[in-house]
Design a protein around this ligand. Structure first.
Ligand code: G4P
Length: 538
């Protein structure tokens, strides 16, 4: 299909789209920031709505209840709102107990990310992991250093930690004055003005006092103790740090850094503005066959997340589909390339906030939810006929493992079938070792609970899980058959196959992984695997 088939209306609509996710460690302030952004977009009227939903979800330890809540959370998985004439898609990255491979996969469907750092805690474990996933596609990152209304670490120290730990160049675009009780505001390094901080949950940026220029005498009047320090720091930081460079940002090599206090609605609008002005519009996507421009007329896209129905009697699922090109219109006929058949999509769920008319407004960059009965899997590409396979939905090396067996030994066939299908769907990773044992791998514990529940509800089998001593998994690639045989001979106890028959090394410890890598330098040990890709050679 020709790429010259571009449409100016479509191009205009796409240029006004931004699709992003927030990455953070639990408690850094993701929910608070989400809420404030939704308030700016008019999608919610008051703060507390998202939080109340989250609290309801986590107040219960019964995960069935969590699943029920998830029925509601289909709409909070993608939150679309309008701001300044732009349509913004905010994709939720489930955290806390909900942390799972979905959290990683969501990041393959966005064009940018906002990283929230708790200024007291600095860069934390989950942020590091999520940033690594962003790196796979060089996703541009905007950083928001949160909670300056508390006693936190100094801004320089935080910048250094981000640069050292995350290996990304920081370009501070604002600079905080004081912190905690003496937090006075931030100095905007780009527009050369100071935004004065005042505490208050419901504050709007319109009532923020602004002082133009670093030498503004009003600063000395208001904060005689801090004004001089601020001038020194700003001059120092201007000399010492990298200036913001849009190209480096878009290449994922530099992150603009904002300081603020989400809960006080301070610094939030600046992040939103950066998303609109700096973050990219929906970008071309690489398929195995070619690169697809968002402005091409035919509708194309891929599935990055599946949500099973909360009611086990109905096996319908919602596939979250990122539109890569074209415009969705109800009734569109799409080719399901993996199955080699057509699907008519008439009742896709769209995520438009309040006022606008739904359904025919979704274009490249947007997400639609497609109801189906299991035909769609994570990584599936749908097009209007062209044979394309989008890349970029990887499997991630699991970090939690259990072995699964049926509580009733007579049900082992059902268990096998269930695990095969759930493994293919992407709910959990399933490995079979040389002894035929089924090992489940996940990045979040909830995945195991969901699988147990679905095995019972959909396959009528009670699964029992046993702990296993596995530290992590690596997909293997061999240069030749001989190496593969040698590896197998030596490491058979730690060898397994994934659902697609790829060889996987299940390392019992970090140390064992390291010495095995050293022993077999010619073997590739891969921490991710592309969906549908076969890693093995030889
Ligand atoms: P998360 O989604 O990343 O897990 O974080 P969330 O927004 O829920 O925020 C975690 C805690 O940090 C919450 O407090 C929240 O109120 C607080 N918080 C968020 N932003 C700021 C900020 O800018 N300054 C200060 N001081 N606190 C902030 P909590 O006590 O866990 O919950 P709550 O009882 O306040 O709801």
């Amino acid at each position: 299909m020709s790429t010259s088939n571009h449409n100016p209306d479509l191009a205009r609509d796409i240029s006004r789209r931004r699709t992003f996710a927030i990455i953070s460690h639990p408690d850094a302030g993701k929910t608070t920031l989400t809420e404030k952004l939704l308030m700016y977009g008019g999608a919610i009227q008051e703060a507390g709505a998202v939080k109340a939903r989250r609290a309801a979800r986590h107040a219960t330890s019964d995960w069935l209840e969590i699943e029920k809540q998830r029925g509601i959370s289909v709409s909070s998985s993608v939150m679309q709102f309008e701001y300044n004439g732009y349509t913004i898609n905010l994709l939720d990255t489930p955290g806390h107990q909900d942390f799972s491979e979905d959290t990683y996969r969501v990041l393959t469907a966005v064009d940018a990310a906002v990283m929230v750092i708790d200024a007291a805690k600095g860069v934390e474990a989950q942020t590091i992991k999520l940033l690594e996933v962003c790196r796979l596609r060089d996703t541009p990152i905007i950083t928001f250093v949160n909670k300056f209304d508390r006693e936190v670490r100094g801004p320089l120290e935080i910048l250094e930690e981000i640069e050292d730990t995350l290996k990304i160049d920081c370009a501070p675009v604002s600079w905080p004055i004081g912190m905690g009780k003496s937090f006075r505001g931030v100095f905007d390094l780009l527009s050369d003005r100071l935004l004065r901080f005042r505490a208050g949950e419901e504050r709007q940026s319109t009532d923020t006092e602004v002082m133009e220029g670093l030498d503004n005498p009003r600063m000395d009047e208001l904060f005689p103790d801090e004004a001089e320090i601020l001038r020194e720091e700003v001059n120092l930081i201007r000399g010492a740090s990298s200036p913001f460079d849009a190209e480096l940002f878009l290449a994922g090599m530099q992150t603009p850094v904002f300081f603020g206090s989400g809960i006080n609605n301070f610094g939030v609008q600046e992040v939103l503005r950066a998303l609109i002005e700096w973050a990219p519009e929906p970008q071309p996507r690489e398929a195995v066959e070619r690169s697809v421009e968002p402005t091409e007329n035919p509708l194309t896209g891929f599935v990055f997340k599946i949500q099973a129905n909360m009611d086990p009697k109905h096996r319908d699922r919602i596939a979250f589909f990122r539109i890569c090109s074209g415009r969705y219109t109800p009734g569109v006929k799409l080719s399901h390339l993996r199955l080699g058949r057509e699907m008519r999509i008439s009742n896709a769920q769209t995520f438009l906030a309040n006022s606008r008319k739904a359904s025919d407004e979704s274009v490249a960059g947007d997400i639609i939810g497609i109801h189906n009965h299991g035909q769609l899997q994570i990584g599936d590409t749908l097009t209007e006929g062209e044979d394309l396979n989008f890349r970029g939905i990887p499997y991630f090396a699991p970090e939690l493992f259990v072995s699964a067996r049926p509580a009733d030994p007579l049900k082992s066939k059902q268990l096998q079938k269930g695990l095969k299908e759930l493994g293919e769907e992407g709910a959990v990773q399933v490995f079979s070792n040389e002894l035929g044992r089924k090992l489940l791998g996940a990045v979040g514990r909830l995945q195991f609970e969901i699988v147990a529940h679905r095995l019972k509800g959909e396959y009528n089998v009670d699964a029992a899980y046993d702990p296993v001593d596995i530290y992590t998994a690596r997909w293997l690639s061999f240069p030749d058959k001989e190496t593969r045989a040698k590896f197998r001979q030596r490491e058979s106890a730690s060898l397994a196959e994934d659902v697609d028959g790829n060889p996987v090394y299940l390392a019992p410890s970090r140390y064992k992984l390291q010495i095995t890598q050293e022993r077999f330098p010619e073997v590739g040990f891969h921490a991710t695997r592309e969906h549908g890709e076969v890693v093995t050679q030889g």
